[in-house]
Structure formats: C-alpha cells, structure tokens
Design a protein around this ligand. Structure first.
Ligand code: SF4
Ligand code: MG
Length: 325
C-alpha cells in the first residue's frame, strides 16, 4: 500500500447548502498511508474510532476506490480468484438471519460455481465447519441459535470458502466477551499457520493485536504515526500517541485507567488540527508541533515514525560522539 489517500465528500445536499450557505466539505479519512504486509504475516492497524483504519480495510479489499495512491498484491496473492476476503466486526449483522448456516457458507461456492455438484458443496461446507471448530450438524441451524463467538466462527468459515490467501479482519473480536475474544484470536492464529494466510488486522485495542501481529501500525486521524515490529512497539513505544494508547489498556489492578489517561477527545477528522494532528492532546507538544506537520522518518531498527520530538532525539543521538572506553 503506497501513499494511499481517500477523501469523502461529506457536504450537505446542494439545496441545503444553498439555503444554509454552507460550503462543500470533504473528509480525508485516509491520508498518505504507506505499509506492506509480508505474505504469511500479520500487520495490524490500530487506533481510536475515526482514525481511518476501517476505511483502509475497505480500500484494500476493493469496497472503496482510492482517491490517490496504489495497492498492489504480490505473487503470493495475485492471480488467485477472490484472494482477499473480509471478516467484519459484527458477526450477527453480517450473517443472513433467514438462512441456515449451511447455505450461508455455501453461498460463495454456489455463486462462483467452485464445486460441480451439491454433494461436493455439502462436503466442503462440512469441512469448513470442522476447520473453524463447529460440527457438520451445526450447518442445519440458523445464526440466532449460536453465541457471538460461534457466529464469528461461521463468518470465518464463509470467508475461507473461496480459499483466500489474504484476510482483512476489521475488529473481528470487539463485539465479543473477553474470554471468547481469546478463543477466536487463537483460532485465527491456528488457521494462519495451517492455511498459510496473510492478515491485515484492524483493532482499536493494542492488547488484542499483540499476540497476532508481526508488525503494528498506529493510526491517528487518517495517518500512520508509528509503525514497528510488535516486540519493539511494546518494549519501546516512541510516539506520544502510541504511549497514550498503551497507557489506556485497562488492567485488572486499575480498571479505571482508561478514563484517566484519555488526554482529551479525538478532534473531528472534518477539521483536523494544523501541524501535527495530535498536538492538542500531546504532553510533549511545542510551538513547532502546531505549525508544521511531521514527516514520516525511517529509523535504524526498521520502525517508521512521524513526530518532531522523536526526530530531534534521534538526530541528537546520532550526532553524539561514540563513547571511547
Ligand atoms: Fe507530540 Fe509534537 Fe510529536 Fe506531534 S510532533 S506527537 S505534537 S511531540
Ligand atoms: Mg471501524
């Protein structure tokens, strides 16, 4: 994904604009985002709601067209039919309540004529149900007969029906209880190993993606502010926003921590602050931060960051004379 940008026209209808004398308004939901997901790996996009991560997911799966920038699939994924599939947040809304589970999972197989006979369709559905930890007899039931976690298993089975190589998972566990979340994440990791899947994983919660991801990109108001290997990000978060997100992970000892550390509201993406968009919430902000937008810089360990203060600190560290023993 290179320099991906998506602008939405969010103006009121023209007549209302005329009456209320309102100008056209546009929203840069995704602004110059660059990243890559290695085949067989998992990159997570993390950030608060409204940061543009779901828009990136929809751009990558082709549900939206980019305003600018490019999305390319490597040889691992290119060429295979329907190689990218998406798993959504709400497993109930994404399953047709009037259809039996068997028909929900069979739909892409029938639609794309991926099997020759109904017996083959049925065998494949049974196999998919087993793959996601359900029983073939569950195929005869309706979605409402299942728990949230089981419904997400059904969504995953349907997404796997076309044998995709690449799955885009938009908050697949955030509607689930914590204990069920772990089961679904474990299932997704197992499937990744067994089927050689590549994941782009979207979440608002760093703790959820920690054990899934090889790399994590943190987004804020449409831009990636820090991207690093998972280990590095947790051991040494450098961007002030990443640090804030890590502080807001609630712990058993301190469940209220979330509220205390919020550092104010996310500004509206319709009217983002000048300079570094994070400056109204940033404890390190200075005059430069409200005037000049930080560029994304690459660091020696492969991380990428957009922050004046980190950039200054890196430059100072590099200009230090080497210690002589
Ligand atoms: Fe904070 Fe400035 Fe860095 Fe933005 S550029 S994160 S405001 S220190
Ligand atoms: Mg979202």
């Amino acid at each position: 994904v290179r320099n991906l940008t998506r602008v939405f026209d969010v103006s009121a209808p023209w007549l209302n604009r005329l009456i209320e004398r309102k100008p056209r308004q546009s929203l840069r939901a995704v602004d110059d985002v660059t990243f890559s997901v290695p085949a067989g790996g998992c990159l997570s996009l993390v950030g608060e709601s409204g940061c543009g991560k779901s828009t990136v997911a929809r751009l990558v799966t082709g549900l939206y067209a980019p305003s600018e920038g490019t999305i390319e699939f490597g040889a691992e994924i290119d060429g295979a039919p329907l190689s990218a599939q998406m798993i959504f947040q709400d497993p109930y809304a994404s399953l047709n309540p009037r259809w039996r589970v068997r028909d929900i999972i069979a739909e892409p197989l029938r639609e794309l004529k991926l099997r020759d006979t109904e017996a083959e369709v049925r065998a494949r559905v049974d196999e998919l149900l087993t793959t996601v930890g359900l029983a073939p007899r569950d195929g005869g039931k309706f979605p409402h007969e299942f728990s949230g976690g089981q419904r997400q298993r059904i969504s995953i089975a349907r997404a796997l029906a076309t044998e995709p190589r690449f799955l885009v998972c938009d908050e697949p566990t955030s509607a689930l209880d914590v204990s069920v979340q772990a089961q679904i994440l474990n299932l997704m990791r197992r499937l990744q190993d067994e089927l050689g899947l590549t994941y782009l994983f979207i979440s608002h919660d760093l703790s959820v993606v920690r054990h899934m991801s090889d790399r994590i990109a943190v987004m804020y108001l449409g831009r990636v502010v820090e991207e690093a290997e998972t280990e590095i990000l947790f051991a040494n978060p450098r961007h002030p926003y990443t640090r804030l997100l890590l502080q807001t992970i609630p712990s058993i000892e301190n469940p209220k921590r979330q509220r205390e550390a919020e550092g104010g509201e996310v500004p509206s993406p319709l009217n983002p602050p000048a300079g570094c968009a994070f400056h109204p919430r940033c404890p390190l902000a200075d005059a430069r931060c409200s005037a000049e937008r930080p560029k994304v810089i690459a660091l020696a360990d492969g991380s990428r960051l957009a922050c004046h203060r980190v950039e200054e600190a890196e430059a100072a560290a590099l200009s230090q004379p080497a210690t002589v023993m």
